[in-house]
Write a protein that binds this ligand. Structure first.
Ligand SMILES: Cc1ncc(COP(=O)(O)O)c(C=O)c1O
Length: 393
C-alpha cells in the first residue's frame, strides 16, 4: 500500500499499489495491436461514416456467428429492444412481461412505447426469469385489463434464460418473445447460440459488454424477413422506398460505420475470449466455491460471463466486504442494488401476483468481481485471497 494525496478532497487516503481492473479493455487493445487503428483509418479514408460498407459486413459476420437469418445493427441495446416493440405496434393498453432484476433498459423500452411493463421474479440459482412467476404475471396483467402481448426474458450476466420453458408459455398464451441478450451475445443454450430464441433478439455493444465497441452500439437478430425490413425502416426515421416518404415513426437508430469497423476486428477474437472467460470463471469457482455462493450455469448452457456475480454468506455486511477489497486494490460492483420495481421511475408499474421476493433478496446479497478475458492466474489468485481474507476464511 502507498499513501497518496487526494486532490479532490485534500485529504490523505490510502491507495493500494497495482489496482486490479474490473474490466481490462486495455489488455484487449494490446492484444489486437494496430488492427483497430487500421480499421478505423480505413473508414476515415472512405468517409462513409453512416451506412458504410463495414456496417453491411458486420451484419453478415454477426449473422454467420449467431446463425440468425437477418441482423439489423443499430445505435444501442436500448434502441434494439425499442425498435422491435415499435415494429410490432406495441403501445398503450398492452402489457409486456419482463424480469425486475435487470438493467433498467429492459423495462424502459416497454414503457417508452406507452405499454405497461409487468415485472416478474427471477430464479434463485440462475438469476433469470422464473417461469412460474411469468405465468402469474400474465394473469396479473389480464386481471388489470391489460392485453399481454410479449415476453422479454433477459440473459442476465451472460447466461441464457430458460428459453424452451419460456417459449412454451409464449405459445400457450399467444405472446411473442423478444430476447434481451444485451449481456449475452455469444452465449448458447442446448447448442444454439443467442440470436435464435423467440421472434427477435436484442444485444448491446456497449464497451463493457462481452463483445463491445468503442462507444454505443447494438444489433437485432431475427429469422423474420418482414420484421427485419420494418426494423431497417425504423432505424432511419421510418423511411419508405422513397427517402423523403416516411411510412412509419422511427428513430436515428443506426450503428456508426467506425463502430462496425471496430466490431469486425473484435469479432475475430471473440470465440477465443469466450473460452478465456470460462476458464476464469472455473478458477473463481474452484477458489471461492466453499466460502460464497458462486454462480451456477444451468445444464446445457454456456455463459459468456458478462459479470461474475457471487452471493455473500448470510449476515455478511456487503459494504464492509466491498470496502475491504477496495483497500486491497480490488474493485467490485453491485448489479443491481435495486430491482426495477423498486426504482422511482418504475414503482407504479405492476408486479406479478405473489411479489418478487427473490429479486429483492438478490438486490441485497449480490456483488460482482472483476471479470474479463485477460484475467491472468496470478491476478485471480490475488482476488481470491482477498475475498477469502475479507470473509475471514
Ligand atoms: C440487460 C440489458 N438490457 C439492455 C441494455 C441496454 O443496452 P445499451 O446500453 O446498449 O442501450 C443493457 C445495457 O447495459 C443491459 O444490460
Amino acid at each position: 500500500m502507498n499513501a497518496s494525496l487526494s486532490a479532490a478532497s485534500g485529504s490523505i487516503s490510502t491507495v493500494p499499489a497495482n489496482p486490479v481492473a474490473f474490466i481490462d479493455i486495455g489488455a484487449q487493445r494490446r492484444r489486437l495491436g494496430s488492427v483497430i487503428d487500421e480499421a478505423v483509418g480505413r473508414v476515415l479514408l472512405h468517409c462513409q461514416f453512416i451506412n458504410g460498407p463495414e456496417v453491411t459486413q458486420l451484419e453478415a459476420a454477426l449473422a454467420s456467428f449467431s446463425g440468425a437469418r437477418h441482423v439489423v445493427s443499430c445505435a444501442s441495446g436500448t434502441d434494439a429492444l425499442l425498435m422491435v416493440l415499435m415494429a410490432k405496434g406495441i403501445g398503450p393498453g398492452d402489457a409486456v412481461l419482463c424480469p425486475s432484476f435487470t438493467f433498467c433498459a429492459t423495462g424502459e423500452s416497454i414503457a417508452l412505447t406507452g405499454a405497461t411493463p409487468v415485472f416478474v421474479d427471477v430464479d434463485d440459482a440462475t438469476f433469470n426469469m422464473d417461469v412460474a412467476s411469468l405465468k402469474r404475471g400474465i394473469a396479473t396483467a389480464r386481471g388489470l385489463g391489460l392485453k399481454p402481448k410479449a415476453i422479454i426474458p433477459v440473459d442476465l450476466f451472460g447466461q441464457c434464460a430458460d428459453h424452451d420453458a419460456i417459449a412454451q408459455v409464449a405459445l400457450a398464451e399467444g405472446l411473442f418473445v423478444l430476447d434481451d441478450a444485451a449481456q449475452a451475445f455469444g452465449a448458447s443454450y442446448h447448442g444454439k447460440r443467442v440470436g435464435g430464441f423467440g421472434l427477435a433478439t436484442a444485444t448491446s455493444f456497449f464497451p463493457a459488454k462481452p463483445l463491445g465497441c468503442f462507444g454505443d452500439g447494438g444489433a437485432i437478430f431475427t429469422d423474420d424477413a418482414d420484421l427485419a425490413d420494418a426494423l431497417r425502416s425504423i432505424r432511419v426515421h421510418g423511411q419508405g422506398s422513397d427517402k423523403y416518404d416516411n411510412v412509419r415513426l422511427g428513430l436515428t437508430g443506426r450503428l456508426d460505420t467506425i463502430q462496425a469497423a471496430i466490431l469486425l476486428e473484435k469479432l475475430k477474437i471473440f470465440e477465443d475470449e469466450i473460452a478465456a472467460r470460462n476458464v476464469a470463471a472455473e478458477r473463481y469457482a474452484r477458489g471461492l466455491g466453499d466460502v460464497v455462493t458462486v454462480p451456477r450455469v444451468a445444464d446445457g448452457r454456456i455463459s459468456v460471463w458478462a459479470q461474475y456475480t457471487i452471493r455473500l454468506p448470510q449476515g455478511q455486511n456487503r459494504d464492509a466486504f466491498a470496502a475491504a477489497l477496495r483497500t486491497q486494490g480490488i474493485p467490485t460492483a453491485i448489479y443491481y442494488e435495486k430491482s426495477m420495481h423498486q426504482q422511482t421511475a418504475y414503482r407504479a408499474f405492476p408486479v406479478a401476483e405473489g411479489g418478487l421476493p427473490v429479486s429483492e433478496r438478490l438486490s441485497r446479497e449480490v456483488i460482482s468481481l472483476p471479470m474479463h478475458a485477460y484475467l491472468d492466474p496470478p491476478t485471480q489468485e490475488r482476488i481470491i485471497r482477498s475475498v477469502r481474507g475479507a470473509l475471514g476464511a
